[in-house]
Design a protein around this ligand. Structure first.
Ligand SMILES: [Zn+2]
Length: 235
C-alpha cells in the first residue's frame, strides 16, 4: 500500500541531499560545513567548497567555537588553531571553515520535518521496518501500518518503509492481524538530528556547540531573535 500521494504534493525540500558521503581522497572541499542563520540556528549543511564561495562573496562569516566570527581575510589571517584541519590555499593554510553563519539571513529554520516520501525513507534509513533489511529505495515501498481501508492515515505515525516482500505478506492488514512485528513505532522526526542524519555525513566537533546548546548565547554577536533560542537536541 503505497503513499506516493504523500510526496507528490511537496517533494522539493530544503533538506540537503541524502546520504552521499564523498569517497575518501576527494578532498576537504567536498566535506561538509554547517550553515547557521544570523541567529546562529542551524539551517543547512553544505560543502566546504560552497562555504568558501559564500565567504568570498561576503554573504557568510566563519564562526569559531568561541562564537567569534571572521570574514574571509580575517579567517586566513587567523591561521590554524590547535587540532584544526588545514585548507591549503595559494600562499598559506587556513583552517577549514566547519561552521559559517549567513550575515543577512533571518529566517528561522523549519522546526518540523516535511512529510514526504524522501523524508520517510531518510527517517527509516532505507530500512524495512518489518524485517530490518536495508535496501535501495527503488526496492522499498511506503506502507500504512494501519491500512487506509481500516482508517489508517497518511502521517508520520502511520507510514513506514517496507520491502516489497513484507508489503505483500502484510497485505491490507495491521501488523497484529498479519503476524508481522513492527521493529519500532514510527514517529515524527526531530528537525536538527534529522538535518545531520539526512545529510549522511559525520558530525564534526566544531558543529556540536551549535547542535546541542540548550541556550545558544553567542558572545560576539548576540542573537537578534530571542524566541529562536529554544533547546536544540543533539540527537
Ligand atoms: Zn521487509
Amino acid at each position: 500500500m503505497n503513499a506516493a500521494d504523500a510526496s507528490s504534493r511537496g517533494e522539493e525540500t530544503d533538506l540537503p541531499s541524502p546520504a552521499v558521503e564523498p569517497p575518501r581522497g576527494r578532498g576537504v572541499l567536498q566535506s561538509k560545513s554547517l550553515v547557521l542563520n544570523r541567529s546562529y540556528l542551524p539551517i543547512h549543511i553544505t560543502s566546504v567548497r560552497r562555504a568558501c564561495v559564500l565567504l568570498y562573496q561576503g554573504i557568510a562569516r566563519v564562526v569559531d567555537e568561541a562564537y567569534q566570527t571572521f570574514d574571509l581575510p580575517e579567517w586566513c589571517e587567523r591561521g590554524l588553531g590547535p587540532g584544526e584541519e588545514p585548507l591549503g590555499l595559494v600562499g598559506r593554510a587556513m583552517a577549514v571553515p566547519r561552521v559559517i553563519a549567513l550575515t543577512h539571513f533571518d529566517r528561522v529554520p523549519r522546526r518540523s520535518v516535511r512529510f514526504t516520501r524522501h523524508n520517510v525513507y531518510a527517517r527509516d534509513a532505507n530500512t524495512c521496518q518489518y524485517c530490518g533489511r536495508r535496501l535501495p529505495r527503488h526496492q522499498l515501498n511506503l506502507d500504512h501500518v494501519v491500512p487506509r481501508s481500516q482508517g489508517g492515515q497518511s502521517t508520520w505515525e502511520n507510514i513506514v518503509c517496507s520491502c516489497q516482500a513484507c508489503n505483500r505478506r502484510k497485505g491490507g492488514r495491521t501488523p497484529e492481524q498479519s503476524g508481522i512485528r513492527l521493529l519500532r513505532r514510527p514517529t515524527r522526526p526531530a528537525w536538527t538530528p534529522f538535518l545531520v542524519h539526512a545529510a549522511g555525513v559525520q558530525r564534526y566537533r566544531e558543529w556540536c556547540a551549535f547542535l546541542s546548546l540548550p541556550e545558544p548565547a553567542p558572545r560576539a554577536e548576540p542573537p537578534r531573535t530571542a524566541s529562536a533560542t529554544s533547546a536544540i537536541p543533539c540527537g
